[in-house]
Design a protein around this ligand. Structure first.
Ligand code: GRF
Length: 228
């Protein structure tokens, strides 16, 4: 019997800045390489470039400024009401620069991921490229992880590794990492679209089996399991 076709994964993107990871998803979708529907872009910065990028791909976008709300919980409730209204299967934080409250996160556990520019658990938080160079790391990269209440602390799904070169400065290293973030994001979302990834008891599961280590992006842009 032929395998029934899965409905396209409904994906919402949260972003505060330029939106290159959003564009990577939108391009892959438009090229027919990623069976998703981008159902909304949400930002905490009304001037964020990602809003313009969303318009270019005809994806509905909304921005809400936190200062227009009484406090952080009120802002977050309004933002996530809007997110919930588009009924996403997956919420992708791609450069969303605000902390999320634990209630917001707990209510969406297993359905919200974040891309972070380091090989987690190294270098949580900001200025990751600078810190990798300062610490003499020989390898750096990016991680996609499930969002949990702990900042950049959720179970890591997949990583892309980049060597740190002798003459790297933070900007050069950042641009090489970013070039790998995009295929990492696409390949990870592709696994969600195939309904192959889940979070069970704090473990990342692929096809129902817990991963011993995060998947690794190979040079061809495919995620590989580590050999046991
Ligand atoms: C990326 O480096 C991502 O890892 C980090 O924020 C940046 C967002 O870039 N969380 P963009 O807005 O997708 O271009």
């Amino acid at each position: 019997m032929p395998t029934p076709t899965l409905p396209p994964l409904r994906v919402a993107v949260l972003a505060s800045g330029r939106g290159s990871n959003f564009v990577a998803l939108a391009e892959a979708m438009r090229a027919g390489r990623l069976p998703i529907e981008l159902v909304g872009v949400f930002s905490d910065r009304p001037a964020a470039a990602v809003l313009q990028r969303a318009a270019e791909y005809a994806v509905p976008a909304q921005a809400m400024a936190p200062r227009s709300f009484a406090d952080r919980p009120a802002f977050e409730a309004a933002l996530f009401d809007a997110v919930d209204r588009v009924q996403p299967d997956l919420i992708v934080c791609a450069g969303y620069m605000r902390l999320l409250g634990s209630d917001t996160v707990e209510a969406r556990l297993g359905r919200m991921i974040n891309i972070h520019p380091s090989l987690l658990p190294r270098h949580r938080g900001l200025h990751t490229h600078q810190r990798a160079i300062a610490d003499g790391d020989r390898e750096h990269g990016a991680s996609v992880h499930f969002v949990t209440p702990e900042l950049d602390g959720g179970p890591v799904i997949a990583q892309a590794r980049v060597p740190v070169l002798a003459d790297d400065d933070a900007d050069r290293l950042a641009s090489r990492v970013l070039a790998r973030e995009h295929p990492l994001m696409i390949a990870t979302v592709e696994l969600f679209a195939a309904r192959r990834l889940s979070l069970r008891h704090d473990r990342v599961c692929l096809d129902g089996t817990p991963l011993a280590e995060p998947l690794t992006l190979d040079v061809g842009g495919t995620l590989q399991r580590h050999a046991a």
